[in-house]
Design a protein around this ligand. Structure first.
Ligand SMILES: C[S@@+](CC[C@H](N)C(=O)[O-])C[C@H]1O[C@@H](n2cnc3c(N)ncnc32)[C@H](O)[C@@H]1O
Length: 430
């Protein structure tokens, strides 16, 4: 364990002690208050505190509950810290937005399964209303709005904003699904933010809303692109990970704010925990192997609101790291993704396990980093594998999974025979 691990675990323990402060709480209740801490990490730290006698547990009607052991009172210093970290609140009117709940239900029902390759975390049903109200309240009337990596929110907002909105996302299947929920005239633009500038969009919007995947590189790329879309005087609303998300989250956030300044943005407000996400299928499956059942949302994002003040003072293009290209195949709402990177394109098709993984399933999101690097076949059900002979494999996948199979050239079907073993492997991953 290195120094940053030790410090981080100490911090998580302090957080648990602060959150518990002499109340009985279930694991999920602690998780929800723990600034986005990975459930596995949190669970291990609670267990360690238990073994040290700091925390005690009891079986209750709604499951195991935890509390600080007698004598472990929250100290003065912690109380101060609690006070200081009081959340910034945004005052929103109580009135309901007409028809919004119904729209949210129908959009959520139409979505494909979230994909781990694009880190898709759909917003929780309960937060759309406050997000839409917030967006409509921060800007000039008739704001031109762009949504980058938040297609569901863009689609709902299009129904209430006076101006047409533009929605950008890398996932074509997702864009097709949200299209029917948008008001006529909404533009749905298939765009990978790491693929190059969209000069035609730069400086075009009064409000840009971005909900990036929380990988270090994509947070930066999203910030650079979304900042460039905002017009002078306009606002950027972007969701960043909370501070216990990973060891480096706090310093990453500091660096992002510094980068924002160089991009001509001024930080105006931080709304802590304002965006809330449902647990995607891939994540649920990952935690189930730990015995952690997480049906309820636990991941929250802090919304950073910036104002565009001036022109960027740096050339930010070099900060963009390009993403691998993924081809996708569907089976109902489930999907499987095949990496197209030029490696292992030729040769005999094969689907193989990755070292250290039990069959094709990775155990948790926090342990997937290493598996991720070499993975080339990934499903929305938390399975990852090495795939060889990808050109041929993609034909098999098309034939097996995608409803519309269009690899017929002229009147000759160009097909390949996959072995039963390969086909079984693919079905196991769905
Ligand atoms: C954390 S999710 C946010 C989803 C959002 N909460 C919603 O409910 O619509 C990240 C989003 O960014 C998209 N995305 C991921 N990588 C991208 C890229 N390189 N360029 C554009 N969009 C990307 C994903 O498809 C996904 O919609």
């Amino acid at each position: 364990m290195n120094n940053s691990d030790i410090l981080f675990r100490k911090r998580v323990k302090e957080e648990i002690v602060g959150v518990l402060s002499n109340r009985w709480m279930t694991f999920l209740q602690i998780l929800k208050r723990s600034l986005n801490c990975d459930p596995e990490v949190l669970f291990n730290e609670i267990e360690e505190l238990k073994s040290l006698g700091v925390v005690c547990a009891r079986e209750d009607v709604d499951g195991i509950k935890y509390r600080l052991s007698a004598g472990c009172k929250i100290g003065k210093e912690d109380e101060e810290k609690e006070k200081k970290s009081e959340r910034v609140k945004w005052e929103l009117k109580d009135s309901k937005i007409l028809g919004l709940e119904k729209k949210v239900d129908s959009i959520l029902a139409s979505l494909p399964e979230a994909s781990p390759v694009y880190s898709q975390w759909w917003f929780c049903r309960s937060v759309y209303e406050r997000l839409v109200k917030f967006l409509l309240s921060i800007e000039v009337k008739n704001a031109r709005m762009a949504f980058i990596g938040c297609s569901t929110l863009g689609s709902i907002t299009s129904n209430y904003n006076k101006e047409k909105v533009d929605i950008f996302d890398i996932d074509k299947v997702l864009l097709d699904a949200v299209k029917e929920h948008c008001v006529e005239g909404t533009r749905l633009i298939h765009y990978d933010v790491t693929s190059g500038r969209r000069q035609d969009m730069e400086g075009r919007f009064n409000v840009v809303v971005a909900d990036p995947p929380w990988s270090r590189t994509l947070l930066k790329s999203f910030l650079v692109r979304s900042a460039s879309f905002v017009c002078r005087g306009g606002a950027l609303v972007i969701s960043f990970p909370q501070i216990l998300t990973r060891h480096s989250a706090e310093i990453e956030r500091k660096n992002l704010v510094e980068l924002a300044e160089k991009l001509g943005l001024l930080l105006q407000n931080v709304l802590v925990g304002f965006s809330k996400y449902g647990v995607p299928e891939f994540e649920k499956n990952a935690y189930e192997s730990y015995g952690l059942k997480l049906d309820e949302a636990w991941r929250k994002g802090d919304l950073f609101i910036f104002r565009k003040e001036k022109r960027p003072s740096i050339n930010s293009e070099q900060l963009i790291t390009s993403m691998p290209k993924w081809e996708q195949f569907t089976q109902g709402k489930k999907r499987i993704f095949l990496k197209r990177d030029g490696y292992f394109e030729a040769g005999q098709m094969n689907v193989k396990t990755i070292d250290g993984l039990e069959d094709l399933v990775y155990q948790s999101t926090s342990s997937r980093k290493d598996a991720w690097r070499c993975a080339s076949l990934i499903s929305t059900r938390n399975c990852v594998a090495h795939a060889y002979g990808r050109k041929e494999l993609s034909m098999t996948l098309k034939e097996m999974l995608t409803e519309k199979c269009n690899y017929i050239k002229g009147d000759r079907k160009i097909g390949v025979q996959a072995t039963d073993r390969v086909k079984r492997r693919i079905l196991d991953m769905m």
